[in-house]
Every structure is written in structure tokens, then in C-alpha cells.
Design a protein around this ligand. Sequence first.
Ligand SMILES: [Fe+2]
Ligand SMILES: [Fe+2]
Length: 253
Amino acid sequence: MRILYLGDIVGEKTIKVLKDNLERIKKENNINVVFCNAENVSGGKGLTQKHYKELKALGIQAMSMGNHTFSKSEIIDYIDDASIARPANLNTEYGKEILYVKYNDKKIAIVNLLGRVYTYTPLDCPFKTMERLLDKIDADYIIVDFHGDATSEKKAFLYEFAGRVDAVVGSHTHTQTADEEVYNNTCFISDMGMNGPFNSILGDDRQQVIERFKTGVFTPLKVQEDNEYKINGVILDFGMTNKISRLNMKIKI
Ligand SMILES: [Fe+2]
Ligand SMILES: [Fe+2]
């Protein structure tokens, strides 16, 4: 089974870019199923139901989130019934801590966890949370989207859970890392990267971010307008021997 897992999708215009290119990318890479991180779709923060439905209509079967899961408050009205894995180490009753997806006769469990390094949100320990979830997960394959800043925390998570999950794929930094590997049959990458405006600062408006750094005044950020987009993700090949490779494309619109 070949899965394309796209990193953080930034801005609703990226949905259109995916609409125009995803089928071709799937064909070229023999992809069976597509998942994504959707925490930054709507205006750069959160996910409205409209955009959730648009991503589903593109054939994206499952979405994981991150620190911006609840940035659009309307998500609480639809998340319980959606194909969304919310961070399992948040203390909320809203949404699923394990999302199951079926492909042919195989069942895939998707778990989303938030890292705690450089994070100021009160969170349960991602390691203890994963142990708790492993006791109850019933699936052929398990994928963890570890959403955090520190590569060390993600790497520690790999070594702790290698052989017990099929993939640990990182998100949140919006910068694809070149450290993909398979350890004890567990696919790993520190960060899958982002999908959004290429000539931007992690997807956001360049001038606004420069102003933030120069003045220390944190005005709300807009998603960068651009005519070049990056498509970042990983291709996970699950079988007797699991494999991982990076997808990194630049598309002109
Ligand atoms: Fe993000
Ligand atoms: Fe994030």
C-alpha cells in the first residue's frame, strides 16, 4: 500500500493547487491513499467545515491537525463526525484521538500528537499517551503525525516506538527535513514540510513577518499571495518491509 501524506496545508488557495495537481501526482507515484495535515488551511489557522469538505472531495481520506486544531471554533460542531485525528494529548472530549481509515481489506490507525518542547499549551505526555493508545488500537498499520518543533523530541519518539508503529511523520515546522529513514521497520521523518505559497515565510506574508521581527509587534498574519506553490509530503510504502521517500515539488500557477 502506498500512502501520500502531505505536510501542513497552508491557506485555502492551496486547495485549488491540489485540485489541479493531486490526481497527476497520485498517478505518477502510484499512490493508493492520501492523508494530510490540515491545521493551517483556513486563513492559515484552523479548518472550516467548507474547506474540510473541499479536501475530502479531492479524495483526501484522513486529516491530522496540530496546535491550530481549534483555531476556527466551528470545528467543534463537525469534528466528531469528521475524518480528522485531533491531538490525542489534548484534554478535550471533542474529536477522535484515534482515526481509523480503511483501504481494501487493511485498516490504518492515524494518531496525532503534539510535542511539548517549545510549546506553551498544557499537554499530556505524548509518550504516555501513545502507550495508552497502543493498548486499544486495533489496526493493520499505525501512523503517528507528531506535531512539534523539536527534532530531538521526534527522534526520541521514533526510538521509543520503533517496531510498534509503522510510521512517525513530523509536522508543524513547515520545513521539510532530509532525515527520512526506516528504523526497525518504522518509517520516520522529522518534518514532512508544507503545502502552500513558496515565496513566503512558512506560508505567511513575508512583509508582515519581517515587521514582526523588526518591531516585536505581533499583528495577525495573512497567508502570502504567490504564484508559486510548494507541495511537500512523504510517500509511505507499507508491506513486509516499510519504506519512506520524500515528495518535494514546486508548482507555478
Ligand atoms: Fe502548521
Ligand atoms: Fe502547528
